[in-house]
Design a protein around this ligand. Structure first.
Ligand SMILES: Nc1ncnc2c1ncn2[C@@H]1O[C@H](COP(=O)(O)OP(=O)(O)OP(=O)(O)O)[C@@H](O)[C@H]1O
Ligand SMILES: [Mg+2]
Length: 251
């Protein structure tokens, strides 16, 4: 179980000061355990703020979020976050990056080796275990990031535009691979993106936010069958959703 519930959440940066800025206004959401959720919305509507609060990086000024009924407060390895900029340690090899969390918690050498083997393979980096981050492409570094978060075995995976900087083909491959990993593990995923096609391809539910202040404008349920395949991107159902969301974001 790992259901996230957001309850009347409002966030004002600099509350009480002259420069107070209400970024999120009365957000209510229920993200079912094991579901894949995308958040879309124009730049500055508060997507990263919402995701960081789910990670526990800071508290909302009003309302709350819970994970399986427990109020989210502070960071916890049950909630793993992949940031937009890659957070790979340049001084560690691919394998050591992946097993960083377990090592920090005192996992034995055998456990570390097992975790490295499993997750390096899961994220498609077999053969690159001993490489240094500087020897990798942007997409490969992103894979290291994702492997490192997965190696902590979180219940919830929070991803902030993880593929934003990748070329179209790499992005499509990363999306399919992410879905494979997600199907195998069924973590609850919250995935922020600017890219409507990416959101539709990946998610069960797309939360469309409006800006200034950020509100939940619309929730789109995507009922395309799984496993999702690239040819679905050209189906009527897919394109109808894309047109509908596009029109919403334009306004
Ligand atoms: N620590 C902070 N202090 C003050 N204001 C902030 C802070 N972090 C974000 N903001 C403001 O909150 C608003 C929402 O920012 P946020 O980063 O959540 O937007 P976003 O939807 O993720 O945008 P983008 O799509 O460009 O990444 C912006 O106006 C931003 O300037
Ligand atoms: Mg952002």
């Amino acid at each position: 179980m790992s259901e996230i519930v957001v309850d009347n959440l409002t966030h004002t940066f600099g509350k009480g000061s002259d420069s107070a800025l209400t970024v999120l206004d009365n957000i209510n959401l229920r993200l079912e355990s094991g579901s894949f959720n995308a958040i879309v919305g124009t730049s500055g509507c508060g997507k990263s703020t919402l995701l960081k609060m789910m990670a526990g990086l800071f508290d909302p000024s009003d309302g709350q979020m819970t994970l399986d009924g427990d109020i989210i407060k502070g960071t916890n390895r049950r909630r793993g976050m992949v940031f937009q900029q890659d957070a790979v340690f340049p001084w560690m090899t691919v394998a050591r990056n992946v097993s960083y969390g377990p090592r920090l918690r005192g996992a034995s050498k055998e456990e570390q080796a097992e975790i490295e083997k499993k997750w390096v393979q899961m994220v498609g980096l077999s053969g690159f275990e001993d490489r240094w981050p500087r020897e990798l492409s942007g997409g490969m570094r992103k894979r290291v990031d994702i492997g490192r978060v997965y190696a902590n075995d979180p219940d919830v995976l929070l991803m902030d535009e993880p593929f934003g900087a990748l070329d179209a083909q790499t992005k499509e491959r990363m999306q399919s691979d992410l879905l494979d990993t997600w199907s195998a593990t069924r973590k609850t995923v919250v995935f922020v993106t600017h890219d409507l096609e990416e959101a539709i391809f990946l998610a069960d539910k797309i939360i469309v936010m409006s800006a200034r202040p950020g509100r939940v404008h619309h929730i789109e349920k995507v009922s395309l069958p799984r496993p999702r395949t690239n040819d679905m991107r050209l189906t009527d159902e897919f394109l109808t959703i894309k047109r509908r969301l596009w029109a919403m974001l334009e306004h």
